[in-house]
Design a protein around this ligand. Sequence first.
Ligand code: TYD
Length: 204
Amino acid sequence: MVGRGRFITFEGIDGAGKSSQIEAAVTHLRRLGHPVVHTREPGGTAIGERLRDLLLHQPMHLETEAMLMFAARREHLETLILPALARGEWVVSDRFTDATYAYQVGGRGLDRCRFEVLERWVHAGFQPDLTLLFDIEPAIAAERLAGAGSAPDRFEREQVDFFARVRKAYLERAGEAGGRIRVIDASAPVAVIRERVMAAVDLR
Ligand code: TYD
């Protein structure tokens, strides 16, 4: 019988530089011999990617945004994450539910109690085995985003104070997560971050 795979998520404010580090982590895990599914939220499924397009570009009520995040997550869990883990594969996701607590509760200011209900509905006690939180000053992240040159989406257009609230919520959640969330200093040199990420994802 194959063992259950591991579920690793990457989090951080926009511009924290997690995307290239996720690529490196996935390559590293595959070199170690693990079958790895690399996915993202919102997204990861046909329905999830259509919801992502709406979420990132279509103005909407903040509660609609929150519920669509969880709708996409339900589909993602049911059709991709849980089946892959059951097959013994590892799943690496660019964001998961910690992002909802950071962006919709911290950033948008929505009531946390509602999210606890949605979280219980959508994934009950299921949580990532490990979450790497890329932590950085919002002002530095904003400079990186400005330098990226691509058109900003609905979230990337938010101001520094929004990202300061998102960051604070992420760090508070890390404090409550009992070791599941590891904070990575995303202002360190890229090679140093890469070493730390590779060491962290090497779960046995
Ligand atoms: P992101 O993961 O940063 O992708 P890219 O690097 O392609 O821009 O974009 C997803 C955005 O969605 C990001 O700004 C955070 C936001 N988001 C939430 O607000 N809540 C959530 O629950 C999730 C998963 C993402």
